[in-house]
Design a protein around this ligand. Structure first.
Ligand SMILES: [Zn+2]
Ligand SMILES: [Zn+2]
Length: 338
């Protein structure tokens, strides 16, 4: 089968690899859509990699034993490899499993882990069935498109009564705009990228702001009667955005971080937490029991399809990376069989 590899700085090409095979409860999925995520950063830096991607949708083409999927099933491939037995896996939070192991451990080699490829293998319980009404392309947004913000909004119980601040309007932040708008919440989006601010407005944001605008805090205050937003979500991962969440959220409000970052964020215990009564959450992906709810958003949101702005065949992966690096996109899809 074909899969993509990064071979140098701003260089990607296709390589041949043996297709993975089903074994025990691991099923083979023929990948029809591979949504692209942050892999272009490795392409920009020239970090060699031949197992790329963590988002995929496809069709089950081989099983080794009767189980939770059958040949012909259309499925969303959930990220990661939970053990299936620990408290987190049993609760639907396989993403937080500490004992999960992938094909490298189970098969003795890392074959079938990439999503920028034509086939993969996955434990059957991490293959979520796609409703007939939903296309493979839209179903692909049940991963890093709508997923992180859906998990965060469940955690913060975001409703139509809320004004939600979203920092960072890349694909994850844009998914947040769709999810918050679907819930009837009012959305304020922050990003320096004018293309993405415009797309956020088309997806339902009522106000978008530039983080470099010196009037930014005042404009958020003015939009919320001086109180601050009810809930805030960071999809930017940059320190000023992370700090803005704390400053722009009202007393007794909630903030959630979904963007990855390894630096420290200064928080003052009394003014920021104790006296403000603020709740601070970290959230990664979503609980598997929320998959059906995300399916409802995908089927009923009037704007969600506009999140997908570009499609490339797998053999065009070089052009796909170059396009992503320009940051004038919503979600970009790789199509391994186009
Ligand atoms: Zn587990
Ligand atoms: Zn992703």
């Amino acid at each position: 089968m074909l899969q993509a590899a990064i071979t140098g700085a701003r260089q990607a090409s296709l390589i041949e690899r043996p297709a993975p095979q089903a074994r025990e409860h691991w099923a083979v999925v023929k990948i029809t859509v591979a949504p692209m995520c942050t892999e272009y950063k490795a392409w920009l830096q020239g970090q060699p990699a031949d197992h790329l991607g963590h988002e995929a949708v496809g069709e089950v083409v081989e099983v080794a034993q009767p189980g939770r999927v059958r040949v012909g099933d259309r499925v969303v491939v959930q990220p990661g490899y939970g053990c299936g037995r620990c408290r987190h896996c049993l609760a639907g939070d396989h993403i937080h499993c500490q004992r999960g192991s992938g094909p490298a451990q189970f098969y003795g080699q890392p074959l079938g882990t990439a999503t920028y490829a034509q086939y993969l293998v996955k434990p059957d319980w991490l293959l979520s069935p796609i409703p007939d009404e939903l296309s493979d392309e839209l179903a692909g947004l049940a991963l890093c498109g709508l997923g992180p913000s859906y998990g965060a909004f469940q955690r913060m119980r975001v409703t139509a009564l809320d004004t939600v601040l979203i920092t960072g309007l890349g694909p994850v932040g844009l998914g947040g705009v769709v999810n918050a708008s679907f819930r009837g919440a009012r959305v304020i989006g922050v990003d320096s990228n004018t293309f993405r601010r415009g797309l956020a407005e088309r997806l339902g944001a009522s106000l978008t702001l530039d983080p470099l605008d010196p009037e930014l805090p005042a404009k958020i205050a003015a939009a919320t009667a001086g109180e601050g937003v009810d809930a805030a979500l960071d999809c930017a991962g940059a320190l000023p955005a992370q700090r803005l969440l704390i400053d722009a959220t009202r007393r007794r409000g909630q903030v959630t971080y979904v963007a990855e970052a390894n630096h420290e964020l200064p928080i003052r215990i009394s003014p920021d937490l104790v006296r403000k009564g603020l709740t601070v959450n970290g959230s990664w992906h979503y609980n598997l029991n929320d998959y059906a709810g995300i399916g409802q958003v995908l089927q009923r949101s009037p704007t969600v399809a506009q999140m997908i702005t570009h499609r490339f065949a797998l053999r065009e992966v070089q052009d796909a990376f170059a396009t992503l690096a320009e940051q004038q996109t919503g979600k970009v899809l790789l199509l391994p069989w186009a």
